[in-house]
Write a protein that binds this ligand. Structure first.
Ligand code: ADP
Ligand code: F6P
Length: 547
């Protein structure tokens, strides 16, 4: 998904265009509509369009440009919201965002097309510091990724939680401005743990509230480290539908409810929770990517050698690749340790194998992220000075922005892609690598996207993606340095026929269970609930889903 740091140094994303311009409509391909019933209101922290001042312009007449979604959820949902003429509520974090909104903080987007309403929430610096950098990313993120010690680092986070509540209330108020009994409110992610109940209190009973939690859910033992856990669970049980990527997270959620919420009744068979006169149904659906677009982008890259040369990497090398947000959950130091072990054990690979690590700074200013950046950079320097020669570096590390198309070219060129998180809700990069693994020449039309490449996916068993791709990936435990290095050897020694067989099967999975399939499954679940609530608008609890 897009994040602020996935942008050009001057603040541009690769999809930037002058305000008022129109972008090619990728959805205008005659496909069926998104199948979303009712009027759709999406709630997310990140917005689909951001207005910025042109960096060169000055004074009152500064020109305004628009950043567009670079990929992932915001880009994927945008065509759906357009199609149903819905509403999207998100934090307005662009410098010029409120210069273009109306008195209600709304703006029609995309500019020039006016397909739907983007309602921006204006957050003060203090709100951002406490709601986003504080509670969301120094309490909930480490909690859900099983780093409870990092929560303590924030010290007293009561104020963060108060802001988190306040911001959730502000989003709930905004939803209430748009919602009717026919509405479907679809909330995204961990920034809105309290919002479902707050929204429930503010909108007509017949409206449906669904939420997708994009990150892992912690074990009950870890969850105990969250002193406001009960409030969080109560908040989330304001949903009619709560989605996770994989079954394990849904089960852990039910276990936490059972242990920490006395009055809740948990049905572990049906994945239902009855609480406070409402019922919440859990559902799992692993999020996919827009695989066709990655395939197409990868095919447009004519010269992958030039891409490597731009990073000072010889086109002759066997290429290992890592692409991650600089986040402690991604297992980057563990990967570097395995690479060091690999070069120790395989002197013949020195000069022949290069690992290119693209890291994107993220949530900078949070101490744990700053420390991680320092550690990664110093480890790369140390390993390179240990094994490097005048004309070869074992690890080429870059934090530079890489345009989407070039990213696809790198995926396509990689002989081995290393995904080593210590815990990851899904991991989209693994799927992007697979979708971009195209062979020479245009797609033949044979499913899925023949001809295809033969790069090997090394995948941590601790990712949601492993549940889908684990059978045809080479599995690693990122904390087992020797085992990790050995699996890298296995991947590099794998016969071409085996690599191709695995890639074919990975591609089948990634193309079949793509972003559209994920959204279809979400909307199918929502439609079932919504249908039941529409026909039950006589004062009964409208949230009880049909069996
Ligand atoms: P997370 O959501 O934790 O960051 P994912 O792997 O699920 O992890 O998603 C990361 C997303 O960010 C992917 O879509 C990836 O392509 C994108 N990304 C990472 N680095 C860049 C970059 N430099 N430029 C553009 N997109 C990037
Ligand atoms: O995976 C969770 C997530 O919030 C994504 O939605 C997002 O792309 C990523 O983390 C980056 O986070 P942020 O929005 O904090 O930059």
């Amino acid at each position: 998904m897009r994040n602020t740091e996935h942008r050009l140094p001057d603040g541009r994303s690769d999809g930037r265009r002058a305000d008022g311009g129109s972008r090619p409509d990728e959805t205008d391909d005659g496909d069926e509509g998104p199948g979303c019933p009712g009027s759709l209101i999406v709630v997310s922290n990140r917005q689909p369009y951001r207005h910025e001042y042109e960096s060169e312009s000055e004074g009152d007449d500064r020109s305004i440009v628009v950043d567009e979604p670079a990929g992932g959820l915001t880009a994927g949902l945008d065509p759906v919201v357009r199609e149903v003429n819905g509403t999207w509520i998100a934090w307005g974090d662009g410098e010029a965002d409120f210069a273009v909104t109306d008195a209600n903080d709304c703006v029609s987007v995309p500019p020039g097309e006016d397909a739907y309403t983007l309602h921006r929430i204006d957050l003060s610096e203090e709100a951002v510091d406490s709601y986003y950098y504080g509670f969301s990313n120094q309490v909930l993120w480490p909690l859900c990724h099983e780093f409870p010690d990092l929560i303590k680092e924030r010290g007293d986070w009561t104020n963060d939680f108060e802001w988190y509540r306040t911001v959730n209330e502000r989003f709930a108020d905004a939803v209430a401005e748009h919602a009717t009994a026919e509405s479907i409110v679809w909330i995204q992610d961990y920034h809105f743990g309290l919002a479902p109940r707050l929204i429930r209190e503010r909108i007509p009973k017949a409206a449906t509230i669904a939420h997708f939690w994009h990150i892992p859910w912690p074990t009950p033992e870890t969850f105990a480290e969250c002193p406001v856990g009960e409030e969080l669970l109560e908040g989330l049980l304001g949903n009619d539908l709560l989605g996770f990527h994989v079954d394990r997270y849904a089960r852990l959620f039910l276990e936490c409810v059972e242990q920490y919420l006395d009055d809740a009744v948990v049905d572990h068979e049906e994945w239902l929770v009855d609480y406070d006169e409402g019922t919440t149904r859990l559902a799992t659906a692993a999020m996919g990517i827009d695989a066709d677009t990655y395939d197409e982008s990868a095919r447009t890259v004519e010269d992958t050698d030039a891409l490597l040369e731009a990073f000072g990497v010889s086109p002759e090398v066997t290429l290992g690749l890592g692409v991650d947000r600089l986040d402690y959950s991604k297992g980057i130091p563990e990967r570097l340790a395995a690479l060091e072990r690999f070069f120790e054990r395989n002197p013949d690979r020195r000069g022949e194998f290069t690992f290119l690590q693209k890291a994107t700074p993220s949530r900078t200013g949070i101490p744990a992220y700053e420390r991680l950046g320092d550690l990664v950079r110093s480890e790369v320097t140390r390993i390179n000075s240990r094994f490097g020669t005048d004309d070869w570096q074992p690890i080429v590390y870059t934090e530079e922005y890489v345009a989407q198309e070039n990213l696809c070219g790198l995926y396509r060129r990689a002989d081995v892609m290393v995904i080593s998180p210590l815990l990851d809700g899904m991991n989209l990069v693994a799927q992007e690598f697979v979708a971009s693994s195209v062979g020479e020449g245009p797609a033949s039309g044979a499913a899925p996207g023949e001809p295809h490449g033969d790069g090997v996916l090394l995948l941590s068993e601790r990712t949601g993606a492993h549940e889908r791709l684990g059978d045809d990936a080479v599995t690693i435990d990122p904390t087992d340095t020797d085992g990790f290095a050995a699996q890298l050897e296995t991947a590099l020694a794998m016969p071409a026929s085996e690599r191709r067989r695995r890639m074919r099967s990975l591609r089948t999975e990634v193309f079949e269970a793509d972003l559209e399939a994920w959204m279809d499954s979400q909307f199918a679940s929502i439609r079932r609930l919504h249908g039941s609530s529409e026909s039950d608008d006589d004062g009964h609890d409208a949230r009880t889903p049909p069996v």
